[in-house]
Design a protein around this ligand. Structure first.
Ligand code: SF4
Length: 298
Protein backbone atom coordinates (compact mmCIF):
# COMPACT_ATOMS: atom_id res chain seq x y z
CA UNK A 1 0.00 0.00 0.00
CA UNK A 2 1.37 3.41 -0.92
CA UNK A 3 1.74 6.28 1.54
CA UNK A 4 -1.27 8.63 1.59
CA UNK A 5 1.13 11.60 1.41
CA UNK A 6 2.74 10.52 -1.86
CA UNK A 7 1.58 12.80 -4.67
CA UNK A 8 2.23 12.97 -8.39
CA UNK A 9 2.57 16.09 -10.47
CA UNK A 10 3.46 17.23 -13.94
CA UNK A 11 6.37 19.69 -13.79
CA UNK A 12 8.17 21.77 -16.36
CA UNK A 13 11.75 22.93 -16.36
CA UNK A 14 14.31 24.61 -18.62
CA UNK A 15 17.13 22.49 -20.07
CA UNK A 16 18.86 25.56 -21.43
CA UNK A 17 19.44 27.32 -18.10
CA UNK A 18 22.61 26.74 -16.08
CA UNK A 19 20.53 25.81 -13.07
CA UNK A 20 16.92 24.92 -13.63
CA UNK A 21 14.05 24.81 -11.21
CA UNK A 22 11.09 22.47 -11.58
CA UNK A 23 7.74 24.28 -11.61
CA UNK A 24 4.48 22.47 -11.10
CA UNK A 25 2.34 22.77 -14.20
CA UNK A 26 -1.01 24.50 -14.07
CA UNK A 27 -3.10 26.08 -16.80
CA UNK A 28 -2.97 29.44 -14.95
CA UNK A 29 0.84 29.54 -14.89
CA UNK A 30 0.99 28.58 -18.60
CA UNK A 31 -0.73 31.81 -19.57
CA UNK A 32 1.54 34.80 -20.23
CA UNK A 33 4.58 32.54 -20.12
CA UNK A 34 7.44 33.37 -22.48
CA UNK A 35 8.54 29.73 -22.90
CA UNK A 36 5.28 28.81 -24.65
CA UNK A 37 4.86 31.98 -26.69
CA UNK A 38 6.48 33.30 -29.86
CA UNK A 39 8.69 35.59 -27.74
CA UNK A 40 10.80 32.70 -26.43
CA UNK A 41 13.82 33.64 -28.66
CA UNK A 42 14.19 36.78 -26.47
CA UNK A 43 15.01 34.64 -23.43
CA UNK A 44 18.71 34.99 -22.42
CA UNK A 45 18.92 31.26 -21.58
CA UNK A 46 17.63 30.27 -25.04
CA UNK A 47 19.90 32.78 -26.78
CA UNK A 48 22.98 31.06 -25.32
CA UNK A 49 22.24 27.97 -27.43
CA UNK A 50 21.86 27.93 -31.17
CA UNK A 51 18.88 25.81 -32.18
CA UNK A 52 18.14 25.10 -35.83
CA UNK A 53 14.59 24.40 -36.97
CA UNK A 54 13.18 25.57 -33.63
CA UNK A 55 9.39 25.75 -33.37
CA UNK A 56 7.98 29.26 -33.48
CA UNK A 57 5.57 29.10 -30.57
CA UNK A 58 7.39 27.09 -27.96
CA UNK A 59 10.96 27.06 -26.70
CA UNK A 60 12.75 23.77 -27.55
CA UNK A 61 14.48 23.84 -24.15
CA UNK A 62 11.21 23.66 -22.21
CA UNK A 63 10.70 20.13 -20.95
CA UNK A 64 7.96 18.45 -18.99
CA UNK A 65 8.12 15.42 -16.75
CA UNK A 66 5.98 13.39 -14.37
CA UNK A 67 7.37 13.51 -10.81
CA UNK A 68 6.45 12.42 -7.31
CA UNK A 69 6.71 14.39 -4.11
CA UNK A 70 5.85 14.12 -0.43
CA UNK A 71 2.93 16.32 0.61
CA UNK A 72 3.82 15.74 4.27
CA UNK A 73 7.40 17.08 4.18
CA UNK A 74 7.93 20.74 5.13
CA UNK A 75 9.85 21.28 1.88
CA UNK A 76 8.69 19.30 -1.15
CA UNK A 77 11.40 17.75 -3.27
CA UNK A 78 10.36 16.49 -6.69
CA UNK A 79 11.82 13.14 -7.74
CA UNK A 80 11.44 11.56 -11.20
CA UNK A 81 8.69 8.99 -11.37
CA UNK A 82 11.13 6.10 -11.82
CA UNK A 83 13.54 7.20 -9.08
CA UNK A 84 14.31 4.68 -6.32
CA UNK A 85 14.10 7.41 -3.69
CA UNK A 86 10.33 7.35 -3.74
CA UNK A 87 10.05 3.54 -3.95
CA UNK A 88 9.58 3.14 -0.20
CA UNK A 89 6.70 5.64 -0.33
CA UNK A 90 4.94 3.37 -2.82
CA UNK A 91 4.83 0.24 -0.65
CA UNK A 92 4.23 -0.81 2.95
CA UNK A 93 7.66 0.41 4.08
CA UNK A 94 6.16 3.90 4.29
CA UNK A 95 4.77 2.99 7.75
CA UNK A 96 8.29 3.54 9.17
CA UNK A 97 9.02 6.80 7.31
CA UNK A 98 10.22 9.53 9.68
CA UNK A 99 8.12 12.19 7.96
CA UNK A 100 4.97 10.10 8.33
CA UNK A 101 5.82 9.16 11.93
CA UNK A 102 6.33 12.80 12.87
CA UNK A 103 3.00 13.72 11.26
CA UNK A 104 1.22 10.98 13.17
CA UNK A 105 2.97 11.72 16.46
CA UNK A 106 4.80 8.40 16.33
CA UNK A 107 8.15 9.95 17.22
CA UNK A 108 6.90 11.44 20.49
CA UNK A 109 8.34 9.63 23.52
CA UNK A 110 5.80 7.45 25.21
CA UNK A 111 4.55 8.89 28.48
CA UNK A 112 2.86 5.76 29.77
CA UNK A 113 4.95 4.75 32.77
CA UNK A 114 4.07 1.06 32.74
CA UNK A 115 6.28 -0.94 30.36
CA UNK A 116 3.85 -3.85 30.64
CA UNK A 117 1.43 -1.99 28.40
CA UNK A 118 4.00 -1.02 25.77
CA UNK A 119 2.92 -3.75 23.43
CA UNK A 120 1.50 -2.55 20.11
CA UNK A 121 -0.80 -4.66 17.94
CA UNK A 122 0.44 -6.56 14.94
CA UNK A 123 3.97 -7.34 16.14
CA UNK A 124 5.48 -10.78 16.71
CA UNK A 125 7.81 -10.94 19.72
CA UNK A 126 10.85 -13.17 20.10
CA UNK A 127 11.60 -14.51 23.60
CA UNK A 128 14.75 -12.36 23.71
CA UNK A 129 12.76 -9.13 23.28
CA UNK A 130 13.11 -8.43 19.58
CA UNK A 131 9.96 -7.85 17.56
CA UNK A 132 9.04 -8.48 13.93
CA UNK A 133 6.40 -6.52 12.01
CA UNK A 134 5.40 -8.11 8.70
CA UNK A 135 3.31 -5.97 6.32
CA UNK A 136 0.75 -7.50 3.93
CA UNK A 137 3.06 -6.91 0.94
CA UNK A 138 5.87 -8.92 2.59
CA UNK A 139 8.04 -6.02 3.77
CA UNK A 140 9.16 -6.46 7.35
CA UNK A 141 10.87 -4.54 10.14
CA UNK A 142 12.70 -5.76 13.24
CA UNK A 143 13.35 -3.81 16.43
CA UNK A 144 13.83 -4.23 20.16
CA UNK A 145 10.86 -3.89 22.50
CA UNK A 146 10.19 -1.40 25.30
CA UNK A 147 11.44 -3.90 27.88
CA UNK A 148 14.97 -3.51 26.44
CA UNK A 149 14.58 0.26 26.85
CA UNK A 150 13.37 -0.21 30.41
CA UNK A 151 16.37 -2.37 31.35
CA UNK A 152 19.01 -0.27 29.57
CA UNK A 153 17.56 3.22 30.09
CA UNK A 154 19.84 4.54 27.35
CA UNK A 155 21.88 3.10 24.48
CA UNK A 156 25.38 4.57 24.07
CA UNK A 157 26.32 3.02 20.71
CA UNK A 158 24.86 0.65 18.17
CA UNK A 159 26.43 -1.75 15.63
CA UNK A 160 24.61 -3.83 13.05
CA UNK A 161 25.74 -7.29 11.97
CA UNK A 162 23.79 -8.17 8.86
CA UNK A 163 25.16 -11.44 7.58
CA UNK A 164 24.61 -13.40 4.39
CA UNK A 165 21.38 -15.13 3.41
CA UNK A 166 20.28 -17.73 5.92
CA UNK A 167 21.82 -15.86 8.83
CA UNK A 168 20.15 -14.01 11.65
CA UNK A 169 19.88 -10.19 11.88
CA UNK A 170 22.06 -9.21 14.83
CA UNK A 171 22.58 -5.91 16.62
CA UNK A 172 25.08 -4.99 19.31
CA UNK A 173 23.79 -2.41 21.78
CA UNK A 174 26.48 -0.80 23.91
CA UNK A 175 25.34 0.20 27.39
CA UNK A 176 28.14 1.78 29.39
CA UNK A 177 31.04 -0.68 29.16
CA UNK A 178 28.86 -3.64 28.28
CA UNK A 179 28.04 -4.88 24.76
CA UNK A 180 24.68 -6.63 24.50
CA UNK A 181 24.39 -8.78 21.38
CA UNK A 182 20.79 -9.39 20.35
CA UNK A 183 20.13 -12.00 17.67
CA UNK A 184 16.75 -12.38 15.97
CA UNK A 185 15.86 -16.09 16.21
CA UNK A 186 14.42 -16.38 12.67
CA UNK A 187 16.93 -16.40 9.79
CA UNK A 188 16.06 -13.43 7.54
CA UNK A 189 18.08 -11.49 4.99
CA UNK A 190 17.82 -7.78 5.80
CA UNK A 191 17.94 -5.35 2.89
CA UNK A 192 18.65 -2.29 5.05
CA UNK A 193 19.58 -1.22 8.56
CA UNK A 194 18.39 1.93 10.30
CA UNK A 195 21.72 3.75 10.07
CA UNK A 196 20.24 6.95 11.50
CA UNK A 197 20.42 5.23 14.89
CA UNK A 198 24.22 5.43 14.84
CA UNK A 199 23.92 9.13 15.63
CA UNK A 200 20.48 8.95 17.28
CA UNK A 201 20.82 5.97 19.64
CA UNK A 202 18.22 7.43 21.98
CA UNK A 203 15.50 6.54 19.47
CA UNK A 204 15.93 2.83 20.24
CA UNK A 205 14.59 3.55 23.75
CA UNK A 206 12.30 6.51 23.01
CA UNK A 207 10.61 5.05 19.92
CA UNK A 208 10.97 1.28 20.32
CA UNK A 209 8.14 0.36 17.95
CA UNK A 210 8.48 3.11 15.32
CA UNK A 211 11.55 5.24 14.53
CA UNK A 212 13.84 2.95 16.58
CA UNK A 213 13.49 0.03 14.14
CA UNK A 214 16.73 -1.83 13.38
CA UNK A 215 16.41 -3.99 10.25
CA UNK A 216 14.23 -3.89 7.15
CA UNK A 217 13.69 -6.49 4.46
CA UNK A 218 11.15 -8.21 2.24
CA UNK A 219 10.02 -11.81 1.83
CA UNK A 220 7.24 -13.42 -0.15
CA UNK A 221 3.99 -12.69 1.78
CA UNK A 222 3.21 -15.55 4.18
CA UNK A 223 6.62 -17.21 3.77
CA UNK A 224 8.18 -16.23 7.14
CA UNK A 225 8.02 -18.93 9.81
CA UNK A 226 6.40 -17.19 12.79
CA UNK A 227 6.41 -20.28 15.02
CA UNK A 228 8.31 -19.49 18.20
CA UNK A 229 7.24 -15.83 18.18
CA UNK A 230 4.52 -14.50 20.48
CA UNK A 231 1.65 -12.31 19.30
CA UNK A 232 -1.85 -11.26 20.30
CA UNK A 233 -3.44 -11.24 23.74
CA UNK A 234 -0.84 -13.37 25.63
CA UNK A 235 1.78 -10.68 25.02
CA UNK A 236 0.72 -8.37 27.83
CA UNK A 237 0.78 -11.21 30.34
CA UNK A 238 4.22 -12.29 29.07
CA UNK A 239 5.55 -8.74 29.39
CA UNK A 240 4.19 -8.49 32.96
CA UNK A 241 5.82 -11.85 33.79
CA UNK A 242 9.12 -10.62 32.34
CA UNK A 243 8.98 -7.51 34.54
CA UNK A 244 8.28 -9.71 37.54
CA UNK A 245 11.26 -11.93 36.62
CA UNK A 246 13.41 -8.84 36.20
CA UNK A 247 12.52 -7.58 39.69
CA UNK A 248 13.30 -11.00 41.18
CA UNK A 249 16.65 -11.23 39.35
CA UNK A 250 17.70 -7.75 40.56
CA UNK A 251 16.58 -8.42 44.12
CA UNK A 252 18.45 -11.72 44.14
CA UNK A 253 21.61 -9.97 42.97
CA UNK A 254 21.21 -7.32 45.70
CA UNK A 255 20.75 -10.06 48.30
CA UNK A 256 23.91 -11.84 47.14
CA UNK A 257 26.06 -8.71 47.32
CA UNK A 258 24.63 -7.15 50.51
CA UNK A 259 23.34 -10.20 52.35
CA UNK A 260 19.97 -8.45 52.70
CA UNK A 261 16.72 -9.14 50.86
CA UNK A 262 14.81 -6.16 49.47
CA UNK A 263 11.33 -5.81 50.82
CA UNK A 264 9.62 -5.70 47.42
CA UNK A 265 10.18 -2.78 45.03
CA UNK A 266 10.66 -2.71 41.29
CA UNK A 267 13.70 -2.34 39.08
CA UNK A 268 14.24 1.28 38.02
CA UNK A 269 14.53 2.20 34.33
CA UNK A 270 18.15 1.70 33.30
CA UNK A 271 18.71 -0.88 36.05
CA UNK A 272 21.52 -2.60 34.13
CA UNK A 273 23.66 0.55 34.53
CA UNK A 274 23.55 0.15 38.31
CA UNK A 275 24.89 -3.41 38.23
CA UNK A 276 28.51 -4.58 38.14
CA UNK A 277 29.68 -6.25 34.94
CA UNK A 278 29.08 -9.90 35.99
CA UNK A 279 25.56 -9.04 37.17
CA UNK A 280 24.84 -7.08 33.97
CA UNK A 281 25.99 -10.04 31.85
CA UNK A 282 23.92 -12.43 33.91
CA UNK A 283 20.85 -10.21 33.31
CA UNK A 284 21.70 -10.26 29.59
CA UNK A 285 21.95 -14.07 29.61
CA UNK A 286 18.61 -14.33 31.39
CA UNK A 287 16.61 -12.03 29.10
CA UNK A 288 18.38 -11.11 25.85
CA UNK A 289 20.90 -13.77 24.88
CA UNK A 290 20.23 -15.80 21.68
CA UNK A 291 19.85 -18.87 23.88
CA UNK A 292 16.69 -17.41 25.45
CA UNK A 293 15.01 -17.95 22.09
CA UNK A 294 15.58 -21.67 22.38
CA UNK A 295 13.59 -21.88 25.60
CA UNK A 296 10.17 -23.44 25.29
CA UNK A 297 7.20 -21.11 24.92
CA UNK A 298 4.28 -21.37 27.34
S1 SF4 B 1 8.44 10.67 2.39
FE1 SF4 B 1 7.27 9.55 3.96
S2 SF4 B 1 5.41 10.77 4.36
FE2 SF4 B 1 6.29 11.48 2.42
S3 SF4 B 1 5.26 10.30 0.80
FE3 SF4 B 1 7.15 9.16 1.33
S4 SF4 B 1 6.53 7.69 2.93
FE4 SF4 B 1 4.90 9.27 2.78
Amino acid sequence: MRCPFLREAQVKFCRGAVSSKMIMRSSASDEHERCTSDSWPDCPAARQHHQEHAPAKRCPFLHESLVQYCAGAPVSKFVPYSDDQSARCSDDRHAYCDVLLSLEGGRAPRTNGDPATWVPDGRHFAPNHLWLDVAPDGHWHIGVDAFVGHVTGRIDAISFINGAAGQHPTVVLTVGDTDLQLVFPVALQAAATNNRLRSQCERVVDEPYTGGWLFEGANRPGSIDLMGLRSGEPLKRWMRDELHRLNSAVQQHAAQTTGLWNDGGTAVPGVIRHLDRPAALSLYAEFFSPFVAWRSLP
